[in-house]
Ligand binder design. Structure first.
Ligand code: CA
Ligand code: CA
Length: 421
């Protein structure tokens, strides 16, 4: 009964359900093997390992992958550690921002299906804001007719990796005014975790999809498409503080973004991002670097990535590096190859030069004949792809956001990319 009384104290209804399950299992003399722990809905790509299972009656663990909290032997100790609050929108609050305003560190906000016409600001809080059913059913949108000069999502209060945004479509953010950068998401001196989002139809002077100044976000399993900016149509990464901010971009599909000045897909200035297993295609600029522009002491590191079909009025089309910057790119497929040696792959370890053979018609999955299959490195490669397929499949890690699924080796049940179909 003591267990029952303690459980009642919990605010988190999901936790109550799990603990009741533990209690019932133990009281019935059963073994609590295979107890699934709470997982608010979506798997978070490589940033979360999914629900852990209890090891047994004497070694029970309850792990909330979103809060990053694990409690050993949850039936007797540590319950107060789990007393963080879960807020539901719109059940508890009409807007996501009202829920954020009410939340404190460690809390979780779960957002139901629908379109939310608002702009949200994390206010420096260590909270998870996640959708219930993923980005195809949950949208945060600005007014497409109005230059509101504020990004849809703002991280400007020194947020760390435990400020998490997961599973939204972010659209119709328009910023062009001085001091208001980034149409979809704006990060300033912060390190948030952004996963499973579709960032599309946003406009900014710097960073149509995502703007980052002196920031080190982890952006994984996102689709960043159809955004527009002066610099950095898809993503703008800049640091003039004298530091070298290092964002991490993993398993992202970055396509059809446009810039007027530089960096159709990604612009890097004074930063050292790591770009892993991304597909960067069909972006364009009327300036330099249709795929990536590295400028002003930037030195991005890129591997297991495809750059194909990008265009720039200032050649070369895929990658443009200014004299005071560099790029370290390996195990990648870059159209056009080495600008100085036509017909050769781009300089760097195990780069290749061949048509990646996408499915086509806007589908950037690889076909079975793709030269990018099994051509990547395993060093630093993620455990999953943008679909949730386990990496590697077949004989090695594939280049790009997609790992071609080999029948019999199942990935995660929740698949961001394939829901587009
Ligand atoms: Ca493979
Ligand atoms: Ca796949």
């Amino acid at each position: 009964m003591e267990k029952a009384r303690m459980a009642v104290k919990l605010v988190n209804l999901q936790l109550v359900a799990v603990l009741v399950a533990v209690f019932v299992t133990v009281m019935s003399g059963g073994v609590a093997l295979g107890l699934e722990c709470m997982d608010c809905h979506v798997s978070s790509g490589i940033t979360t390992a999914g629900a852990e299972k209890c090891a047994g009656v004497d070694d029970q663990k309850v792990h909330n992958v979103f809060l990053g909290k694990t409690v050993d032997n949850a039936s007797s100790v540590g319950l107060d550690q789990l007393s963080s609050t879960t807020y539901y929108v719109p059940d508890n609050f009409d807007t996501i921002q009202e829920a954020i305003d009410a939340a404190t560190d460690g809390d979780e906000i779960i957002v139901g299906d629908g379109t939310y016409p608002e702009h949200i600001n994390f206010l420096g809080k260590k909270i998870t804001v996640c959708s219930e059913h993923g980005p195809f059913r949950t949208t945060i949108s600005g007014d497409p007719e109005v230059v509101e000069n504020i990004a849809i999502v703002t991280f400007w209060k020194s947020e760390g990796a435990d400020s998490m945004l997961d599973g939204f479509t972010i659209t119709n953010g328009i910023t062009n005014g001085i001091g208001f950068f980034g149409g979809g998401i704006s990060c300033n001196a912060s390190e948030p975790t952004i996963s499973n989002c579709i960032i599309t139809g946003n406009t900014g002077g710097f960073g149509g999809g995502i703007y980052c100044y002196a920031s080190e976000p982890t952006i994984s399993n996102c689709i960043i498409t159809g955004n527009t900016a002066g610099f950095g149509g898809g993503i703008f990464l800049c640091d003039w503080t004298g530091g070298v901010a290092a964002a991490t971009i993993i398993n992202c599909l970055i396509t059809d973004n446009e810039s007027s000045e530089a960096g159709g897909g990604i612009y890097c200035g004074g930063t050292a991002p790591t770009i892993i297993n991304c597909t960067i295609s069909d972006n364009s600029t009327t300036g330099f670097g249709g795929g990536i522009r590295s400028s002003v002491y930037a030195f991005p590191k890129v591997f297991n990535t495809i750059l194909w079909g990008n265009t720039a009025d200032g050649n070369p089309d895929e990658i443009s590096v200014s004299e005071d910057a560099s790029i370290d790119i390996t195990y990648s497929d870059i159209q056009g190859g080495d600008p100085d040696n036509p017909g050769s792959p781009y300089p760097g370890t195990d780069n290749i030069l061949c048509d990646p053979a996408f499915v086509g018609n806007g589908d950037y999955h690889l076909t079975e004949s793709s030269c990018c299959i099994d051509a990547g490195t395993d060093v630093g490669a993620p455990d999953y792809d943008i679909d949730g397929d386990i990496r590697p499949q077949g004989d090695g890690y594939d280049m790009g956001a997609d790992e071609v699924f080999v029948p019999g080796k199942h990935g995660k049940p929740w698949r961001l990319y394939q829901k587009m179909e």
